[in-house]
Design a protein around this ligand. Structure first.
Ligand SMILES: *Cc1c(COP(=O)(O)O)cnc(C)c1O
Length: 378
């Protein structure tokens, strides 16, 4: 039996257990402690690289989804408010809008980075001019067209929330993803480039905003000794145990990034001559190469499902279809998707694209087998 090859599974080292053990040894099994502070400090140092005049501040939370929820709260989302949202993404970009009773209008992707199309966003503002909040996600670790998107937001006086869940260590014009929006989220879910098993962070522009989010994330407790509440809060703070896993992982973030890049480049080389292309990475950014994807050329009679099935049966390897666009999801039936094309780009990518095994445990032989398996489909 061939060993199982996963899409993107946790890749751990030795240091994680040392930080976790320290939490046990000192009895800090709580949503406060040295590992949480340490992880926040380390992320702050990482994301602020190359930024002058500002210092972004991170807040460790139970998930990336909770970070996006708090981002919407901070943006002041109101019931029934329309929020623009990336269409080609994981559900967690869109769901928090519904937690607050808001309504998503989805914005189609462009073909250069597979992220939200600034021109479609502009068109959406023509159609829904009162919109104040844009929920943007970087797909598969590749940064979107941030200059253009921020320019459109600025012209329409809108707030950008950046879902950088998949894009930790990716950068655009030398600036780290997670520092482009007014409120930003990253994720440490088990499948991401580094993990805490589950967890995430909200990234804010200053400490005062971070404190507001911390208040909401810890049940909105007033600063008095008895339990006094003037607002509805949430129990969203990260545990000191899992923050220890994150501290160990942070030591290897750049190494994981380099390994993901190697996987992408190996596939790209291996597929030369096949009627497929890789997920595009524009030259003005650095992707973290979180997932490697292929798009089957138009008119070729091979379906993503054919390849996925063969990967499973021949190589015991896990691939996935592309994120199914949000406007195609039954739960969002009837919602608008603003696109410049008759058939949204996201729909086309979904029909022709797939995510390849992008696991850090793969070696060159595993990748060779996957490449041969894909080749055999054509
Ligand atoms: C993983 C992911 C999230 C959510 O993160 P969790 O930590 O799993 O809640 C949000 N958005 C995108 C695009 C993601 O891929």
């Amino acid at each position: 039996m061939l060993k199982r090859i996963y899409l993107s599974s946790p890749y751990t080292h030795r240091e994680e257990m040392q930080f976790v053990k320290e939490a046990f040894d000192t009895n800090w099994l709580a949503p406060v402690g040295k590992n949480i502070d340490g992880l926040e400090t380390e992320i702050n140092a990482y994301i602020n690289k190359g930024i002058e005049g500002m210092e972004y501040r991170s807040l460790a939370l139970v998930s990336g989804t909770s970070a996006l929820h708090l981002a919407l709260k901070l943006a002041g989302i109101q019931p029934d408010e329309t929020v623009f949202c990336s269409d080609s993404t994981y559900c967690a970009t869109a769901f928090p809008v519904s937690y607050e009773g808001g309504k998503q209008v989805f914005i189609d992707a462009e073909r250069n980075s597979w992220n939200m199309d600034p021109k479609a966003l502009e068109l959406a503002f023509q159609k829904y001019p009162k919109t104040r909040i844009v929920m943007f996600a970087h797909l598969y670790g590749t940064p979107g067209k941030m200059d253009e998107l921020l320019d459109v937001c600025k012209r329409h006086d809108a707030i950008l929330i950046e879902d950088a869940a998949e894009a930790l260590s990716s950068s655009y014009h030398g600036r780290q993803c997670g520092t482009f929006g007014k409120y930003n989220a990253i994720s440490f879910n088990g499948n991401k480039i580094i993990t805490t098993s589950g967890g995430g962070m909200l990234i804010t522009e200053d400490e005062a905003t971070r404190q507001k989010a911390l208040y909401l994330a810890t049940q909105a407790r007033q600063p008095v000794i008895w339990f006094e509440h003037s607002d509805i809060g949430y129990n969203y703070r990260m545990s000191n145990i899992i923050a220890g896993i994150g501290r160990g992982q942070m030591l290897h973030l750049d190494e994981h990034h380099a390994m993901k890049k190697h996987i992408y480049e190996t596939y790209k080389e291996g597929f030369k001559g096949l009627p497929v292309s890789m997920n595009p990475i524009p030259s003005d950014c650095e992707s973290n190469y979180w997932l490697s994807c292929i798009l089957i050329d138009r008119g070729v009679d091979v379906k993503p499902m054919d390849i996925l099935e063969k990967l499973k049966t021949v190589a015991n390897a896990e691939g996935r279809p592309m994120w199914k666009p949000m406007h195609m999801q039954p739960v969002f039936a009837g919602s608008d998707c603003v696109s410049l094309e008759e058939k949204p780009v996201g729909t086309d990518l979904y029909e022709r694209g797939l995510c390849l095994p992008s696991d850090l445990h793969m070696d060159d032989n595993d990748m060779k087998m996957i490449i041969e398996t894909v080749k055999s489909c054509f």
